[in-house]
Ligand binder design. Structure first.
Ligand SMILES: Nc1ncnc2c1ncn2[C@@H]1O[C@H](COP(=O)(O)OP(=O)(O)OP(=O)(O)O)[C@@H](O)[C@H]1O
Ligand SMILES: [Mg+2]
Length: 374
């Protein structure tokens, strides 16, 4: 399918808007068909979901039976159990007669309703139960069926936005550990953002899912891959973009590929036949302007020290010595502790991230807003 706009951002990218990530893609697809677990960490908007979808597609082409679950919208244990069971029944266990599917459902200790659509899709629904309904047990039962299926096929389940289980009910991490322990032949891919939370779940000492899979940390896409992609997409839409200007878009919009594509699209929109530095500047102003209300709200919610720290981090190169005397004077704080706390909370909410030199504002449009707002 050919899209009208050259670039894509804001939601997972399809094949046409996907570049690089060859090694990661090959590895996840291999593991999904090889019964091995993977743990995927990456900051927001770096392309985790896009990568997972492409890996699932590749694994399915090889005959793997793979399901996808996104836990982001789950806010209760019932919803987590429902999402997992849905991922299993609409993915690896899907197929055959409705009677076969119904028979499988009978083996779950809490039985969901299965709704079949005319196009062959299936939806799983758990009635909200009593307080003591064994939702983790229901989930374990569904995963046990998956383990059985792995006797005859390569079977995998991708759990995206896994960090959400901390919001729902932290002990669920232990349930997943037990599930993974009991399913050595199923490949589980556990992915999430909020790197802090993911580390607490999967890599920190004592983490419930420590060493349960091969760790993959998703970084930025190298400019050497991203810039030629930007150039090719502009050219396909009959606008000129030189490699130099494309690199400028990467520098201004990076590091998240989502933001690079967003800046590229806005630059494309304002350009006539050719996208130059002036158009990139205008594209940046346009993208920033569209979000200025959100930025103002985001800013107003912060404590005064956090606001000042954020301003320092928005300077070119970022905030290099946050506890140095000059920085402390600028944030009008006598002690480093308040600054440390502000940095930690800004990092936790992913407003800042460590750059090559110092702390930087993660969103380039917000960064520009902070630089320009009086
Ligand atoms: N391989 C890629 N090549 C080019 N652009 C990409 C690639 N992967 C992601 N992007 C860009 O990033 C955007 C977001 O991708 P995606 O939704 O997969 O990220 P994510 O890490 O899952 O984000 P979130 O943490 O918000 O769920 C896409 O719309 C696209 O602009
Ligand atoms: Mg995602």
């Amino acid at each position: 399918m050919t899209h009208l706009t050259p670039y894509h951002f804001g939601s997972p990218a399809g094949a046409e808007h996907f570049t690089d990530r060859r090694e990661e893609l090959a590895l996840i697809a291999d593991r999904l068909t090889g019964g091995q677990n993977v743990i995927l960490h990456g900051p927001r908007r770096y392309g985790k979901t896009s990568l997972l979808h492409r890996a699932i597609e590749a694994a399915r082409k090889r005959g793997g039976r793979v399901g996808y679950v996104n836990l982001l919208r789950c806010s209760s244990r019932r919803e987590v159990a429902q999402a997992i069971t849905q991922g299993i029944f609409s993915g690896p266990l899907h197929g055959g007669t409705t009677r076969r599917m119904a028979r499988l459902v009978e083996r779950l200790r809490v039985r969901p309703r299965l709704d079949f659509s005319p196009t062959g899709g299936v939806t799983v629904f758990f009635e909200p139960g009593m307080r003591d309904t064994d939702w983790p047990g229901a989930m374990e039962d569904a995963c046990r069926l998956l383990a059985e299926a792995s006797a005859s096929h390569a079977v995998g389940l991708v759990l995206d936005e896994f960090q959400q289980i901390v919001e729902v009910d932290p002990p669920l991490a232990g349930t997943f550990k037990a599930i993974l322990d009991e399913s050595p032949t199923v490949s589980y891919v556990i992915a999430g953002s909020h790197v802090h939370l993911m580390e607490r779940l999967t890599t920190a000492p004592g983490a419930p899912l420590l060493a349960m899979g091969e760790l993959l940390r998703l970084g930025p896409i190298p400019d050497g891959e991203m810039a030629p992609y930007l150039v090719a997409r502009a050219r396909a839409r009959r606008k000129q973009l030189t490699p130099e200007v494309a690199l400028r878009i990467c520098a201004m919009g990076g590091p998240a590929p989502n933001d690079i594509q967003r800046l590229a699209q806005h630059s494309f929109d304002v350009a006539g036949g050719s996208i130059g530095i002036a158009e990139v500047e205008a594209g940046m102003a346009l993208a920033m302007g569209r979000e200025s209300t959100t930025f103002a709200e985001r800013y107003e919610r912060l404590a005064p020290v956090a606001r000042r720290v954020l301003h320092l981090a928005s300077a070119p190169g970022g905030l290099v010595q946050p506890y140095g005397l000059a920085a402390l004077r600028k944030v009008e704080m006598a002690n480093a502790n308040a600054v440390r706390k502000a940095l930690a909370s800004l990092e936790e909410s992913e407003l800042i991230a460590r750059g090559p030199e110092g702390w930087e504002v993660a969103d380039p449009f917000f960064r520009r807003w902070l630089q320009t707002d009086p």
